[in-house]
Design a protein around this ligand. Structure first.
Ligand code: NDP
Length: 330
């Protein structure tokens, strides 16, 4: 079987040389174990943080070892009666085509009409992140104005759609007109292409003349500064991610208007979705219903084959994806 190892730690933007495609033989199955053939693997921005050797909320990836990440696979051999052959499972055993494993880290997927890949996107971690930020962190209310950055991505595209379903006026920022088109099809009220709009703060003022109640922060830097300048008094910010800084090689200067947090009495709250996982069943029921009713659409960008996984990962930082970035393995 084949797997991808971290060959060296990236400095700045990751490159193909940071990854190695390695042939590996599989260990024989022990009692209680299963052999999984992976069908899909996820690439996510947080993996960039794990490529750096430092303490964080998840341990760093080890050099010259297989990488880890979300995956959906099928059990093709089993010595565990709870996971018979044919069971579809989600795991953190991504970046590899097969895995021989104990079943502690496996979750059997529920029976559904939906393609199993959606458990890595709209029905999985990114969808849950969008829902958590809006319902549990900022408590978005009908009639409020919501601003979402990286709005066409895995988290952002779901945040925009849930925002509309919750009755908010939604403003989105994206990096291309093609992405703007996708959001228009979701009924998003105003869309800013941050690459062509000129002054982002002014563009946001034009889109939200009365100000922003809730900002779903995915980007950091200029986006945070522009949002702060446009927040209403007592506005709330769910600090989900700051992707514009993940490849920085020097400390990033903060926005120069942080004093607005005081003057406008803002509430900023960072969150990590895994801490909210006890609420996943509540989210999953809701999202499955929205998907079945066609109220939420699940966009995906798919790269083919394990050898494409590094390109798919790097593509996240180049804006190559609309919706969830995925690698199809089989
Ligand atoms: P996306 O699917 O949104 O992919 C990344 C997108 O970010 C790109 O398509 C690109 O879109 C945009 N982007 C990349 N670089 C920049 C930049 N320099 N400036 C502005 N936009 C940029 O990824 P996810 O939806 O998986 O993640 C979105 C954010 O949410 C990330 O910050 C991630 O770390 C965070 N996150 C946090 C979680 C948590 O628990 N707190 C859980 C999951 C994700 P464009 O073309 O529009 O620039």
């Amino acid at each position: 079987t084949r797997e991808i190892h971290l060959a060296s730690r990236p400095e700045g933007m990751p490159t193909a040389e940071n990854f190695a495609l390695v042939n590996q033989s599989l260990a024989p199955l022990a009692d209680g174990q299963v052999l999984i053939k992976n069908l899909w693997m996820s690439v996510d921005p947080y993996m960039r943080g794990r490529m750096v050797d430092r303490k964080s909320y998840v341990p760093p990836f080890a050099l010259n070892q297989v990488l880890e990440g979300g995956a959906i696979g099928e059990v093709i051999a089993s010595k565990n009666s709870d996971f018979p052959v044919g069971t579809k499972v989600s795991s953190m055993l991504g970046w590899r085509e097969h895995a021989v494993t104990d079943t502690a880290g496996l979750t059997a997927l529920p029976q559904t009409e939906l393609d199993s890949s959606h458990f890595l996107g709209v029905l999985g971690m990114p969808g849950m992140t969008a829902w958590t930020g809006l319902t549990r962190i900022t408590d978005l209310k009908a009639g409020e104005t919501l601003f979402v950055s990286a709005a066409s991505g895995a988290v952002g595209s779901v945040a925009c759609q849930i925002g509309k379903l919750m009755g908010a006026r939604v403003i989105a920022s994206v990096g291309s007109d093609e992405k703007a088109e996708l959001l228009r099809s979701y009924g998003v009220d105003a869309i800013i292409n941050y690459k062509t709009c000129g002054n982002l703060t002014q563009a946001l003022t034009k889109a939200a003349p009365e100000g922003i109640d809730v900002y779903f922060e995915n980007v950091g830097g200029e986006h945070l500064a522009a949002a702060l300048s446009n927040m209403k008094d007592h506005g709330r910010i769910a600090v989900c991610g700051m992707i514009s800084q993940y490849n920085d090689t020097a400390p990033t200067p903060g926005p120069d208007n942080l004093a607005l947090i005081v003057m406008r009495k803002l509430k900023l709250e960072g969150f990590i979705v895994s801490e909210h996982w006890a609420h996943y069943p509540e989210f999953a029921v809701k999202m499955a219903q929205w998907l079945a009713e066609g109220k939420v659409k699940a966009e995906q960008t798919i790269y083919q084959g394990l050898e494409q996984a590094p390109d798919a990962f790097i593509g996240l930082f180049e804006g190559k994806n609309r919706g969830k970035m995925l690698v199809k393995l089989a």
